[in-house]
Ligand binder design. Structure first.
Ligand code: ADP
Ligand code: MG
Length: 429
């Protein structure tokens, strides 16, 4: 979708820039300020190559002045690179005319900036309609619909000065979306917002991601960055590091599944707010992702007040037995059949590992056993798990007495299984 090839962007050094008009439209014609001489130029971007897949959500982080906004402006056709190629949806926009740039921008790109860039004397709906006008034709009904989608249907006639920061940001989002862009560029979209509005904006971004749009988002906030599929870090106009989040998230999802399984074993309902699973994402966000993946579903809390049974999960110390709480309307989470299958196999790996360390390796430190089992549950392949299970004689319970979900190997040993399992559980009890 977005392919950046060996892109360099030079700006004239500070003293030269300060004498040029602010916001000058000729920013890109660096050569005429003598930016070919290395000393005289600021290397805002220095031979950057980067690919963003269709539908991917990329976070860009890095210290101030590292080139993040420059890159976003280049992708957004607000500016042209000094050298290199920028392919958007199969078209190299690095060398096209200013008119062409405007057209590509209007058709493909939606911007969400930290500074809202709303026209102060136009109402919310007029600001949105202005974007329509630049693209094609204005349609007030459609513009109001876009405002309604971001929760501002009743604020359409307000001027920006009559709106809070969060509301102004949402007007920008409605404006960014009005032309149904394939690419959303967000430069510190939550930088100026309070927690509540930040959450609204992030939810909207997640929605766009689910709709299959490609998102490039600059942020200083590591938690916000984690919402993306991948993060790149800029330093001095170069990519300093990259991180793909899917793998780390997977481990946290496993932990959540494990916890849900154990709660169900104890006949407890899983309230999102009561769950404490360590990992990069706040539990509520992890759970939302897992809902999208079809691993869990959410349901309203049963209306009746109830006490939680205080219990300790010996297999998973992250499960904190909280004092009794009442049904206060928080959401509860349940495993889907797919989630149950994945949870069952994590629990199986964990408890078999505990058995292995206790019985066969005669480890006696409970902490050590738990730490090792927690690592093993993420890395054991299905084959290795079945081998350990067979080696241990298909044990039925973990050393704490919690049941081990049977695997394919247990079923295979069919006729014998009942006898073997019975035997081994007698041995272990
Ligand atoms: P970031 O968004 O990471 O804070 P920018 O991309 O805005 O960084 O800036 C990268 C570098 O380019 C900085 O040193 C900045 O001063 C410089 N720069 C940005 N825009 C211009 C410009 N229009 N003219 C001259 N220098 C600029
Ligand atoms: Mg910036």
């Amino acid at each position: 979708m977005i392919q950046i090839r060996d892109v360099t962007k030079l700006y004239p050094a500070q003293d030269v820039r300060s004498s040029s008009a602010v916001g000058s439209a000729s920013r890109n014609s660096g050569e005429k300020w003598g930016t070919r001489s290395g000393e005289n130029a600021i290397h805002a971007l220095d031979h950057i190559s980067l690919h963003v897949a269709k539908g991917e959500w990329l976070s860009i982080m890095g210290p101030s002045g590292s080139g993040k906004s420059t890159l976003v402006n280049l992708i957004g056709c607000l500016d042209r690179p000094t050298s290199g190629e920028i392919w958007l949806d199969g078209q190299n926009v690095a060398g096209i005319s200013a008119n062409e740039l405007n057209r590509v921008r209007a058709e493909k790109i939606g911007f969400i900036f930290q500074q809202f860039h709303l026209i102060p004397f136009l109402t919310a709906v007029e600001n949105v309609m202005l974007a329509q006008y630049i693209h094609s034709m204005t349609d007030e009904k459609e513009a109001i619909e876009a405002l309604t989608r971001v929760g501002l249907g009743d604020r359409a006639r307000h001027l920006p000065s009559q709106l809070s920061g969060g509301e102004q940001q949402r007007v920008c989002i409605a404006r960014a979306l009005i032309n149904d862009p394939k690419i959303i560029l967000a430069d510190e979209p939550t930088g100026n917002l309070d927690a509540q509005n930040e959450e609204i904006v992030l939810r909207l971004l997640r929605e766009f991601h689910l709709q299959g749009r490609t998102i490039v988002m600059v942020t200083h906030d590591p938690v916000v960055a984690r919402l993306a599929d991948r993060r790149v870090e800029f330093h001095h106009g170069k990519i300093a590091s990259q991180e793909v989040f899917a793998m780390a998230d997977d481990e946290q999802f496993d932990e959540v599944l494990e916890e849900l399984w154990v709660l169900a074993e104890h006949g407890e309902i899983a309230e999102v707010e009561r769950m404490e699973v360590h990992g990069a994402l706040p539990v509520s966000l992890a759970v939302e992702r897992m809902m999208q993946m079809g691993l869990v579903v959410s349901a309203p809390h049963p209306p009746k007040a109830h006490d939680h049974k205080p219990f300790v999960n010996p297999c998973h110390d992250a499960l904190k037995p909280m004092s009794a709480s009442t049904g206060d309307g928080t959401a509860i989470v349940e495993l889907t059949p797919r989630g149950r299958e994945r949870a069952g196999s994590i629990i199986r790996r964990h408890r078999l590992a505990e058995r292995l360390f206790t019985d066969s390796l005669a480890m006696d430190s409970e902490t050590e056993i738990e730490q090792q089992a927690c690592k093993f549950e993420h890395i054991l392949s299905p084959e290795a798990t079945d081998k350990i299970c067979t080696f241990l004689g298909h044990p039925r319970t973990c050393p704490h007495g919690a049941p081990i979900p049977p695997g394919a190997c247990c079923e295979r040993s069919s006729g014998d299984a009942a006898r073997v399992v019975g035997l081994s559980s007698r041995q272990s009890d």
